[in-house]
Design a protein around this ligand. Structure first.
Ligand code: GUN
Length: 295
């Protein structure tokens, strides 16, 4: 079997069209303009490119958008004070602090300083808790994007065996949580594998839906995948430069061999990546609506 591609680019484009219509309606009907600030500390090249893409998309959708670049040397206290200012700024509905942060800054403390109502990343413990009990206002963006890819590609999750490789707070843990909820687009039987898993292949070969966020290039090979599985590759590994000077990317899945076994597979780039940004926009629109008390 040769897999069909799940195009994150195409599905993200559809959702952005819906969001552009909704943003225009909010402006027209309620004079509400979604506001997003992205805070970047330092000059990590991957973080810089993510933040640039988030800014570009939010501007295209007609948001009020701010890019706040801070030096690597910023103190934790100054960063916390900055967040407090945005917490109180009524033009801003969503605050995103790009991760990772420099080692001298306590990431948890920073994430906890963001008003949960403006936490469009869904990383504040209050929002993590709400997600866990199935009452989320904001789902974290990458896992929410994965769920949308599955729903909009017609993949049945109800009763499916889902295996997640990776237990990060940003992807592995939340996607497992989302897909196990007794809700539409979820209700799966979920297993999480990680570096402590004794026999990874035993688990991955049972997966109807295999979600890979291992942070390791080509960690999943064809022998680890069941014939006909749906494979979602969350990995973004920089493996050099293209002749045009762009970063050359590969996923955590050995795409060339696994695509011969899977029924559906996401490419890297153009799979999960564009969905992450799009879900951030969706959360920001929701934050603006909740703040204004409009539906
Ligand atoms: N770094 C990698 N992914 C993310 C994300 O979804 N949000 C933030 N804030 N930082 C990240």
């Amino acid at each position: 079997m040769t897999a069909k591609l799940i195009s994150g680019n195409e599905i993200a484009r559809q959702i952005r069209e819906e969001l552009a219509v909704e943003t225009a309606r909010l402006k027209e009907k309620f004079d509400v303009v979604p506001g997003l600030v992205t805070i970047l500390v330092g000059q990590n090249p991957a973080s810089m490119s993510y933040v640039t893409a988030k800014q570009k998309t939010s501007k295209e959708l007609g948001f009020y958008s701010l890019q706040d670049d801070q030096p690597e040397t910023i103190t934790e206290a100054v960063l916390l004070a900055l967040i407090d200012r945005y917490d109180r700024d009524p033009r801003i509905h969503g605050i995103l602090v790009q991760l990772p942060l420099p080692k001298h800054i306590n990431e948890t403390k920073v994430l906890c300083a963001i008003d949960p109502k403006k936490d469009v990343d869904g990383f504040h413990p209050v929002n993590v808790g709400k997600m866990t009990i199935g009452e989320a206002d904001y789902l974290p963006c990458t896992p929410a994007g994965i769920q949308q890819l599955l729903i909009r590609s017609g993949v049945k999750t109800d009763g499916a065996e889902v295996v997640v490789v990776g237990r990060s707070n940003i992807v592995g843990k939340p996607i497992a949580n989302i897909l196990l909820q007794k809700q539409k687009g979820a209700n799966a039987t979920v297993t999480i594998c990680h570096t402590g898993t004794r026999d990874m292949t035993f688990h991955t070969r049972r997966a109807d839906i295999l979600i890979v966020a291992a942070g390791k290039p080509k960690a999943i090979t064809a022998d680890m995948v069941k014939e006909g599985a749906v494979v979602i590759d969350v990995g973004v590994n920089r493996i050099g430069m293209t002749p045009e000077g762009k970063a050359k990317l590969c996923g955590d899945v050995d795409f060339e061999t696994v695509k011969e076994k899977a029924s559906l597979i996401t490419p890297v780039p153009g799979g999960v990546g564009p969905m992450t940004i799009t879900m951030l926009m969706m959360n920001t629109v929701k934050a603006a609506k909740l703040a204004a008390g409009v539906v």
